[in-house]
Design a protein around this ligand. Structure first.
Ligand code: SF4
Length: 214
């Protein structure tokens, strides 16, 4: 049976969560509880929006400006079978589609993990691994704390780990209904709380959940 995915949020275009311009898929649910996690709404396994692999593959293949996708969360490796199937489905139509993922688990753990986790690992070009550690927060590229590594798993992004390691910042965008959403890894602790407070004071609503298109 084709796996389904529980999605917290998805974004068509993003330049701050991986190389180039790419789509981002945040899955719903994470077994870890890192203190200071910036995506608290994605942690419960209940509450996501269900999508079939075909629906998500159609979405990604309809984004010609995106050179790949980044899986975030939540914990992507908690839905490894579905994400591996998604990459297979996309690459049938776009063989050059890049794939990056975040994980709260270290590469060494994942590489000895369940078969579906190893299958997802084999399909990734880039992995940011390890839990967020608030005490080691730093303004680094695409990650929040200094213990987290950027690992090139294929040649596609092999040059990335040697490039300057500075924060890519965050992006704020307006949804069609006028609400705002943001993406990225905040370079400073407490960024999200400060942003939400300032936006609320100006009457803006922050959008953090996946919504199905009509
Ligand atoms: S692994 Fe990531 S999503 Fe899960 S609690 Fe830690 S920071 Fe949050």
């Amino acid at each position: 049976m084709t796996p389904r995915l529980s999605v917290a949020r998805k974004l068509d275009h993003c330049t701050v969560l991986g190389p180039g311009t790419r789509a981002v898929l945040w899955v719903q649910g994470c077994p870890l509880r890192c203190r200071g996690c910036v995506a608290a709404e994605t942690l419960p396994f209940a509450g996501g929006t269900p999508y079939t692999v075909t629906e998500l593959a159609d979405w990604l293949c309809a984004l010609p400006d995106s050179e790949g996708v980044t899986f975030s969360g939540g914990e992507p490796f908690a839905q490894a079978a579905g994400l591996a199937a998604l990459l297979d489905a996309v690459r049938q139509r776009r063989p050059d589609f890049g794939a990056m993922a975040y994980s709260g688990f270290r590469y060494e753990t994942l590489s000895e993990g369940a078969p579906d986790q190893r299958a997802l690992l084999r399909r990734l070009d880039l992995l940011v691994d390890g839990p967020y550690v608030a005490a080691r927060h730093a303004g680094l590229r695409w990650r929040g704390s200094a213990n987290q590594r950027i690992l090139a798993l294929t040649d596609r992004y092999a040059h990335i780990p040697s490039q300057p390691d500075v924060s890519a910042g965050v992006e704020v965008s307006m949804e069609p209904d006028g609400s705002l959403s943001w993406a990225g890894v905040p370079p400073t602790p407490g960024f999200r709380e400060g942003l939400e407070t300032q936006l609320a004071a100006r009457g803006f609503v922050l959008h953090t959940q996946a919504r199905r298109e009509a």
